[in-house]
Design a binder for this molecule. Structure first.
Ligand SMILES: [Fe+2]
Length: 401
């Protein structure tokens, strides 16, 4: 039976809705009119820049009368930009006609700086300066204040510009917060999926966490972009998600697998690819699409899942072409797959398995060295072994015992 909707349309009770609150920031109001009047902007830092000191004093006096108390006043045009950069006021009232450097030049310089691209700059100008006003608008002026300045014009224009800045700043903040929440939720879902697959043959689920950490060590020390490092590391935890499609009788078999059974096991790469990409591996040229960036999955797969699909499909490929499922060779194997191969094998060697005890670090290192250029990309083995201390610390942190 459908749960009746609460007055606000939600089918969640109040106790549950709280758990879904995503932000401490207030929701944007639908009607901005009353809010413009309500929002107090008088605590803002107002900068007034005019080579005529009398104009500065008049503007300051009008704003002081409206409750504003924090001012930066500059009458030396050459000091305007350094003052803005240093003190980052909330709004600038700027004269256009000044000696040395014009207001238009200052406007252009500030609009080129991303920090001040949407920042309120009100131009102080004579009502007759039509051409100059057009030029100022071209350069991104927010609004105009006609000289001589009247409080009836000045105060509401300053307040409106400050309110607009407040919502612009907070909108960006809110979008950043929501984006971060979405990324976190996506990572958590990916972790859940990885653990679900891992519980099939590993009670602790620590294998995927160690592989993730080893992948992160290699990718970071390759000096990849930090966002790419995070992406590959997060995606790597799904490398064996395709095990979900392998029968228990084969996946959990403690004895050596027959050739037929090993063939079945190999299908976990294709299953993993399909789970992450919703496309059967056979219909896509994974190696090519990863390298060319021509991702036809763009329309319905996130970068995290696309990378996970690539890793699932290629983490058993070998540098010399003897791996599976496709026998890709060398750099035809996507980098994320080559990195995960080193991490996955190191973890298999250094961990307890039903059929073996953990190998010593020395023995693991020796096997990785032997397999350089055969199983593994030699450069990646070197990077991993150069940072072996980090890997050993990971093994201790995420132990199975
Ligand atoms: Fe695997």
């Amino acid at each position: 039976m459908t749960k009746p909707a609460t007055p606000n349309g939600s089918t969640l009770g109040a106790e549950n809705r709280g758990a879904f609150s995503t932000s401490a920031a207030p929701a944007l109001p639908v009607d901005s009119g009353p809010v413009v009047r309500r929002r107090d902007t008088t605590g803002s830092l107002v900068m007034i820049a005019d080579d005529n000191e009398l104009n500065v004093r008049v503007a300051q006096a009008h704003l002081t009368g409206a409750g504003y108390s924090r001012f930066l006043t500059v009458t030396e045009p050459i000091e305007i930009l350094p003052t803005v950069y240093r003190d980052e006021p909330d709004i600038l009232l700027l004269d256009l006609m000044m000696p040395g450097i014009s207001g238009l030049e200052i406007l252009a310089a500030l609009r080129c700086d991303h920090r001040f691209a949407h920042w309120p700059i009100l131009i102080l100008t004579a009502a007759t300066d039509g051409e100059l006003k057009r030029a100022a608008l071209e350069q991104g002026a927010t609004d105009f204040l006609n000289k001589p300045i009247s409080p009836e014009e000045l105060v509401p224009r300053v307040r409106n510009a400050l309110v607009a800045k407040y919502y612009h700043d907070h909108l960006e903040e809110q979008v950043a917060q929501r984006t971060a929440h979405l990324k976190l939720a996506q990572r958590e879902v990916v972790h859940c999926l990885a653990r679900a697959a891992e519980y099939r043959d590993n009670d602790t689920g620590q294998h995927v966490m160690r592989v993730r950490a080893y992948v992160e060590i290699i990718a970071r020390n390759l000096k990849l972009d930090p966002e790419i490092v995070q992406l590959i590391a997060d995606a790597s935890i799904l490398h064996d998600v395709g095990k979900i499609g392998i029968p228990d009788s084969i996946l959990l078999k403690p004895d050596r697998l027959s050739d037929e059974e090993f063939e079945v096991i190999q299908h976990h790469c294709g299953f993993g690819y399909s789970i992450c990409s919703r496309v059967p591996l056979e219909t896509d040229d994974c190696g090519e699409h990863c390298q060319s960036g021509n991702l036809f999955l763009d329309t319905y797969s996130s970068p995290l899942l696309r990378t996970a699909a690539t890793i699932a499909a290629t983490h058993h490929e070998k540098w010399d072409g003897s791996g599976y499922p496709r026998g890709l060779q060398g750099t035809d194997i996507p980098l994320e797959g080559r990195i995960t191969a080193v991490a996955d094998v190191f973890d298999a060697l250094s961990s307890r398995r039903p059929y073996k005890e953990p190998f010593s670090v020395e023995r693991c290192v020796s096997i990785l060295q032997q397999e350089k250029g055969r199983h593994f990309d030699p450069a990646l083995v070197d990077v991993f072994l150069d940072n072996l201390d980090e890997a050993i610390a990971v093994r201790e942190q995420y132990g199975d015992d």
